[in-house]
Design a protein around this ligand. Structure first.
Ligand code: SF4
Length: 121
């Protein structure tokens, strides 16, 4: 049995949460959360943690050399963040770029699209 102490990041309150796991890494108890979102966050964080991915990608053919900020459409598995970052670093998007343009669809089969969050001419 193991107990993990987390701070919920699902809202600004930041409730301290204690998660109890059995020897097979199954969550057996969640305490300290004040709502269901905290329970869901704690269970996911201890069994299959995910993170929103934000970075920049190169823009080609624009008026000047630049990059555009991008983010994942949904959280990606925490263990794949570096691989996803490498794939994004090797890619580029042609100008002009509009907010919401998909830079990479279903990156590394995670189910997340990499989407531009700003315009670039
Ligand atoms: S447990 Fe609920 S109230 Fe507490 S930080 Fe998480 S989302 Fe917010």
């Amino acid at each position: 049995m193991e107990k993990r102490e987390l701070v919920c990041v699902a809202c600004p309150l930041g409730c301290p949460i204690t998660v109890t796991l059995d020897d097979n890494n199954n969550v057996t108890d969640v305490t300290g959360n004040t709502c269901k979102r905290g329970d869901a966050y704690a269970r996911t964080e201890c069994t299959s943690p995910t993170r929103m991915l934000t970075t920049t990608v190169k823009v080609e053919g624009g008026k000047k050399a630049c990059v555009v900020p991008v983010k994942s459409s949904v959280p990606v598995p925490k263990g794949m963040m570096m691989e996803c970052m490498e794939a994004i670093n090797k890619s580029s998007i042609k100008a002009p770029v509009k907010i919401g343009d998909v830079v990479i669809k279903n990156i590394l089969d995670t189910g997340a699209d990499i989407i531009a969050t700003n315009n670039a001419e």
